[in-house]
Design a protein around this ligand. Structure first.
Ligand code: SF4
Ligand code: MG
Length: 324
């Protein structure tokens, strides 16, 4: 049984479908990359799984299971026990996630107190161990500093320490490096992957940057306008992307376009509440769009064992009448 099972998850704000019936699974110890431009529903879908969508957002799903528990029907109390402990999440901007009024040590120890209890001394020892674990030098003294005294990279390490405090089975990292310097980005991803391997923790990496997950992910989920447009094993998707949107994302990575004629980057942006087109949601931006694409929505078709693609012309793009 998968660690996380998401079946037809949808999130609506009024009549706007921020997430439109997405289904996927995360196995224990697996690294899953969820990629897509901003506005594609990556974050909202993860917040929905965590039970963090506030009114008036409406979350529905056919099934939502984590570690054998039904997240749709569990009590609020049981959910609070899971979220933050067995499933943890880190966000883009560590500076806004940490509370500026409390020391780093206090914030880590509070997280431990809520989920694990133990004596004050035990929590302090564990906090030092955690800071050590996320590569923060001189952890004993760092317990006493305030967030503003830390760099962005160090703050994100503290957030990761809080997230892994209770040994989660699943860590969802939402654009964990977007706010950081390029040199620090690699270090943070490396840290996340080290932790993932060490504890056989499942890691969901949400990013607009396909390069970030190119080497590390087992599975890739490509989202566009709230829908999954391609999903499958990472190595297969990187070798032979079948969806025009995946191709366009890959096309922005120089290492993937060598010796290959690929679709140029797409112009325009993800449709919002008022400009969702009929038919395939990508059609205004897709160079292969034809009448069929403009009038009928493609289904998510299965290709082989693990892969699905939502496009009318996934296999025959190069032979498509509009292809030049
Ligand atoms: Fe492009 Fe048509 Fe495929 Fe949509 S269905 S991605 S518009 S070719
Ligand atoms: Mg986001």
């Amino acid at each position: 049984m998968a660690l996380l099972e998401v079946n037809e998850l949808a999130v609506q704000f009024g009549d706007f479908k921020a997430v439109d019936r997405i289904s996927y699974q995360v196995e224990q110890g697996e690294v899953v990359g969820i990629v897509g431009e901003s506005g594609s529903g990556k974050s909202v879908s993860s917040l929905a799984i965590m039970g963090l969508i506030d009114f008036p957002g409406k979350v529905t799903a056919k099934a939502l299971h984590f570690d054998g528990q039904d997240l749709k029907t569990i009590s609020e109390k049981a959910r609070r026990k899971i979220v933050g402990a067995d499933v943890a999440m880190i966000f883009q901007d560590p500076m806004t996630s940490l509370n500026p009024c409390f020391t780093v040590g206090y914030q880590i120890m509070e997280a431990l107190k809520i989920h694990q209890g133990g004596s004050k001394k035990q929590r302090r020892d564990r906090a030092i161990e955690l800071l050590n674990c996320v590569g923060i030098p001189d952890p004993e003294n760092r317990l006493n500093v305030y967030p503003h005294q830390l760099s962005g990279g160090m703050s994100q390490r503290v957030m990761i320490a809080i997230a892994i405090a209770c040994n989660p089975k699943l860590l969802i990292a939402d654009e964990p490096t977007t706010a950081l310097d390029v040199t620090i980005q690699g270090q943070i991803i490396e840290l996340l992957l080290d932790l993932q391997k060490k504890d056989n923790m499942a890691l969901v990496l949400i990013t607009h940057d396909l390069a970030l997950v190119a080497e590390s992910a087992n599975k890739i989920i490509v989202m566009y306008a709230g829908q999954i447009v391609e999903i499958g094993d990472a190595n297969i998707i990187f070798k032979t992307p079948l969806h025009p949107y995946t191709q366009a994302l890959l096309n922005s990575l120089p290492e993937f376009t060598k010796d290959k004629q690929r679709l140029a980057s797409l112009s325009g942006v993800v449709p919002g509440k008022y400009d969702r087109p009929l038919g395939c949601l990508l059609n205004p931006r897709c160079p292969y769009a034809d009448e069929k694409c403009r009038t009928s929505e493609p289904a998510l078709h299965a290709f082989g064992k693990n892969r699905q693609v939502k496009c009318h012309y996934p296999l025959s793009i190069e032979g498509h009448p509009n292809y030049e």
